[in-house]
Design a protein around this ligand. Structure first.
Ligand SMILES: Nc1ncnc2c1ncn2[C@@H]1O[C@H](COP(=O)(O)OP(=O)(O)OP(=O)(O)O)[C@@H](O)[C@H]1O
Length: 715
């Protein structure tokens, strides 16, 4: 980790200019506006090819503190910020290692959950607020987590008690939560109610397994009366309370299903109202697995996987349709496999987020009637057909599940996080600048090695009066210079008026100057491309941005996820880094591994927080980790210790961690105040490990290097 400096030097340059254009929304269906990488990057590229920066004239003259500052972008590659470019330059790049002093900071980030205005069915009173809904989602996730990995606990009476004890509401969703009463401030739902609802889901699952555990002779149907279809919203009943399901007998009796009954639970009534005594069917003792999920299969469409996914979602919600016809049984190990293959974030996270909103079915209509589940009573498969269906499902699930994911057509899944840089990198990755692509084969070329480069971006957002700013500020991007004139002589309002004397113009030179109308792409290409090149070649690199409040630091470093043109330095860096290492791999065989960490420095006390701890450990661990701390290393300087480092095999995954980190920032919370906003700074680090190459040219297995690239945003 590079040492981080937080000197609150500010750029006392005011500039007024034009506003940015309208953002274009980029979506998979709607292509982005025509984009020419060459023209976008031409300028930045030319600048990167131009010589080093001239010696600043006028350095040493302190500017008045009342000037309107603008953020600067400092690029350092590799190494740490040890430079102090001059005591009196306009506060750009004057950073010293060691301290983590913050300056007014960050204003980006969107609120997470709603403020409690919405409601969901489920509590005693039939509704609970959105906050509680989020809590319930979390608790259900925890309950499922406890259930899925281990052996199915069966009827162990201690099981629900164990789950009950283990369920916790993580700090992140304790907004509007009264810790004393363990109640929600908004809808007064008690914690136990939420826990019970979550446990209910698990128990329902188990009981459904009971009802499905037939040891029936293959092909023989269970009594129809025992096959309810669940309709209606889920009540927030207590653990022992009967559930108020509407039972609809399955539409017809058919022998075309496969079902198994577990002996040991056959005589016990379950909460679904199924009379288990009637369920017991003698049959094969070899079927010991418990049925957890029904998969509707219709020979007419054969859309097995579609149904699996739908019912998996319903399974997660505990609101599945128990269609007996054409049923094919999935066993716990298959469900586990399904969960694993789909990926925690793919199915569990997203599905839970969506389906735990207690909808009666995936499409908002009973599953038995909905278009999502093929639940018709056409002649179902024989046992053999069921067997093959299962086998086919097992073999093809991973390859087909993406194609048949039903949620997109039926229900738009709400995003996990407020931002979706992961999505946009997947659909519209920013084109890599030409200089980066040219660097693919230049393994030894580490441009800017050992240099601290200081760049200036002039804020565009406060630009209201172009004539005023242009009267005392002259920007020359070609020469990478800005000149400040005495506003008195220029007729503008000024900071020098009281002095009565004219002040000679001051000229400041930088490694790059980005004027008001510079695009994100120009800034990104001009700042980060070179650093990425160095990092992939084995050096450390860092992009550090600081400046006065509300002048675009977050916009510069993170940007917006609404279109490719608005992506900031971090998402571009992620995308281009992966592009470079993939191309490098193709050309030279080099193998890399990328890991991500994100730490927040927040509050006036400059506390450190691991923004990826939750993603790394799951929310059960929230707040229990020892935390991030600073360590003085005699050789490497000040180092951050103990932060999570998560493996990112793809740019999308790395961007997913960026989304998670942004969502986890204090400044992103709904209840954050101005102070939180101002005193929240993020250090986002891409750790790149390169596998050692054997002499034969084959990649070895040991990780050799650990260069790190730390875009730090914003300071
Ligand atoms: N170059 C730009 N083009 C378009 N919008 C911009 C630009 N710079 C900043 N903005 C907008 O100005 C607003 C403030 O910017 P931003 O939040 O990035 O400032 P900041 O310096 O990070 O603020 P803070 O110090 O409070 O964290 C945001 O809405 C941002 O989208």
């Amino acid at each position: 980790m590079n040492s981080v400096a937080g000197n609150k030097e500010r750029l006392a340059v005011s500039s007024r200019g034009k506003k940015y254009g309208v953002n274009e929304v980029c979506s998979p269906t709607k292509p982005a506006a025509p984009f020419s990488p060459e023209s976008w990057y031409r300028k930045a590229y030319e600048e990167s090819r131009a010589g080093s920066r001239p010696t600043p004239e006028g350095a040493g003259s302190a500017l008045g503190s009342s000037g309107t500052p603008s953020p600067g972008s400092g690029t350092s590659s590799p190494s740490s910020f040890t430079g102090s470019p001059g005591p009196t330059s306009p506060g750009i790049g004057t950073s010293s290692p060691g301290s983590l002093g913050g300056s007014p900071g960050f204003g980006t980030g969107s609120p997470g959950s709603g403020s409690g205005g919405g409601s969901s069915p489920g509590s005693d009173r039939g509704v609970w607020c959105e906050n509680c809904n989020a809590r319930l989602v979390e608790l259900k996730r925890q309950a499922l987590k406890l259930l899925l990995p281990g052996p199915f606990p069966g009827k162990d009476p201690a099981f629900s008690a164990v789950i009950h004890d283990k369920l916790q509401v993580p700090n992140t969703i304790r907004k509007a939560w009264n810790d004393k009463d363990n109640r929600c401030d908004v809808c007064t739902t008690h914690l136990n109610q939420l826990k019970q609802e979550a446990i209910q889901m698990v128990l329902t699952l188990e009981q459904a397994a009971d009802s499905e555990h037939y040891e029936g002779s293959p092909g023989s149907p269970p009594p129809l009366s025992n096959m309810p279809t669940l309709l209606g919203p889920r009540p927030g009943a207590g653990l022992q309370q009967p559930r108020e399901w509407a039972f609809v007998p399955a539409p017809c009796a058919s022998s075309n299903y496969t079902a198994f009954i577990s002996n040991k639970h056959s005589s016990k009534p379950n909460s679904l109202g199924v009379s288990n005594g009637a369920e017991k069917i003698s049959g094969s003792p070899t079927h010991q697995a418990k049925v957890s999920l029904q998969m509707a299969t219709s020979p007419s469409n054969g859309n097995i996987l579609n149904s699996v996914a739908i019912q998996a979602h319903q399974y997660l919600d505990g609101t599945w349709s128990l269609s007996r016809t054409n049923g094919v049984t999935l066993y716990p190990y298959q469900i586990s496999q399904l969960m694993t293959e789909t990926g925690r974030e793919g199915l569990t996270e997203a599905a839970l987020n969506h389906y735990n909103a207690d909808k009666p079915s995936a499409c908002g209509i009973p599953a038995s009637q909905g278009s999502c589940v093929a639940n018709e009573t056409s002649p179902g498969p024989s046992v053999a057909a069921s067997f093959f269906a299962r086998a086919a499902q097992k073999l093809n699930l991973s390859s087909k599940k993406k194609k048949h994911r039903p949620s997109t057509s039926c229900v738009a899944e709400p995003p996990l996080f407020a931002t979706s840089f992961s999505g946009i990198l997947q659909t519209c990755p920013p084109p890599a600048p030409p200089c980066l692509l040219r660097a693919v084969s230049k393994v030894k070329d580490t441009p800017g090695l050992g240099k601290v480069k200081v760049m200036l971006r002039i804020c565009s957002t406060l630009a209201r009066d172009t004539s005023e700013s242009s009267s005392f500020l002259k920007v020359d991007p070609r020469k990478k210079q800005i000149t400040l004139y005495d506003p008195l002589t220029c007729g503008g309002q000024n900071v020098f008026q009281k002095r009565g004397n004219q002040v000679p113009p001051k000229m400041f030179a930088f490694d790059a100057v980005f004027p008001q109308d510079a695009s994100q792409a120009e800034v990104c290409a001009g700042t980060v491309a070179e650093v990425i090149q160095s990092v992939v070649n084995g050096a450390d690199g860092c992009v550090f941005c600081f400046g006065h409040a509300k002048l675009g630091k977050s916009y510069t470093m993170i940007g917006k996820d609404d279109s490719m043109q608005n992506l900031g330095i971090i998402p571009c860096a992620i995308s281009w880094l992966f592009k470079l290492i993939n191309e490098r791999k193709e050309k030279t065989g080099a193998r890399f591994s990328v890991r991500i960490s994100a730490v927040e420095v927040w509050g006036k006390e400059e506390n450190l927080r691991d923004l990826l701890a939750e993603v790394a450990t799951g929310s059960l661990q929230d707040g229990q980790s020892p935390g991030v701390y600073l360590c003085e290393d005699p050789i490497c300087g000040t180092q951050l210790q103990n932060q999570s480092e998560l493996r990112a095999p793809t740019a999308e995954k790395a961007a997913f961690f960026l989304d998670a980190a942004i969502a986890s920032r204090r400044g992103s919370r709904q209840d954050c105040d101005e102070d939180d906003l101002r005193n929240s700074h993020m250090l986002f680090t891409l750790h790149i490990y390169q596998y050692r190459m054997e002499k034969s040219g084959k990649g070895g297995s040991a990780l050799q290097e650990r260069p790190r690239f730390t875009p730090q945003a914003p300071w």
